[in-house]
Design a protein around this ligand. Structure first.
Ligand SMILES: Nc1nc2c(c(=O)[nH]1)N[C@@H](CN(C=O)c1ccc(C(=O)N[C@@H](CCC(=O)O)C(=O)O)cc1)CN2
Ligand SMILES: NCC(=O)N[C@@H]1O[C@H](COP(=O)([O-])[O-])[C@@H](O)[C@H]1O
Length: 200
């Protein structure tokens, strides 16, 4: 029976595309029940539509404009997602910090793809920050991880970690390309590992 997954995005959706490709090739025995974006402009929504996957655009701005707290947005989003009865929620470039109120709906069955090593560059803009740190001779490499999602941002237990080298000749674009190619592989392996661990 295919596993029911939901993918949350905020932008281009190249990692979503990697998941779609893996499902279509049979690498992942999953059904993407829904793709959610908090940004209407996210190209990942186009990628989902082209793959005949249901989409939901759910921006935070109307809540902010109405003076409603973020937690109300999070709870309303959780209830919408719950209605699809997912077995796993994947944050693939989802750029919104989720409250514990959201997380509590899903019993820990949420994973996130983060372009850094554990405890190194938690939060947004991790690739740029790693590149700058390398230029300051503070680090010699960086990496990518897929981790469980907990309230503390990017502090959840890693499922998979892969180091990524940085070279003196690298531009930021070189490093971003190298990291993205690792991400596209790791996100698929991370989903496989999540369900393998579930079966143990
Ligand atoms: N409770 C958790 N929520 C999220 C996690 C997590 O581990 N725990 N991972 C992030 C993904 N992420 C890094 O991997 C990340 C994304 C965004 C931000 C951030 O600062 N977001 C700002 C808004 C930024 C923007 O809109 O450009 C915010 O939410 O106010 C930090 C880390 C996803 N959520
Ligand atoms: N903290 C999470 C984070 O920073 N994720 C970053 O957002 C990009 C999304 O790309 P995509 O929309 O093409 O998948 C990913 O490449 C990743 O580096």
């Amino acid at each position: 029976m295919s596993r029911r997954i939901i993918v949350l995005i905020s932008g281009n959706g190249t990692n979503l595309q990697a998941i779609i490709d893996a499902v279509q090739s049979g690498t992942l025995d999953c059904k993407i029940e829904l793709v959610v974006s908090n940004k209407e402009s996210a190209y990942g929504l186009t990628r989902a539509a082209q793959a005949n996957i249901s989409t939901l655009v759910f921006p935070l701005k109307p809540y902010k404009d109405a003076g409603k707290p973020r937690v109300e947005y999070d709870v309303d989003l959780a209830k919408k997602i719950m209605s699809y009865n997912p077995e796993l929620i994947i944050l693939a470039g989802w750029m919104h910090i989720l409250s514990k109120d959201f997380l509590e709906y899903f019993n820990g069955n949420i994973i996130n793809l983060h372009p850094a090593l554990p405890g190194k560059f938690d939060g947004a803009h991790a690739i740029e920050r790693a590149y700058e740190a390398f230029k300051r001779n503070e680090i010699t490499n960086t990496g990518v991880m897929v981790h469980k999602v907990i309230p503390e941002v990017d502090k959840g237990q890693p499922l998979l970690i892969e180091e990524v080298p940085i070279f003196e000749s690298d531009t930021l674009d070189d490093l971003e390309k190298r990291i993205h190619s690792v991400e596209h592989r790791l996100i698929v392996r991370g989903i496989l590992k999540f369900f393998e661990d579930l079966n143990q």
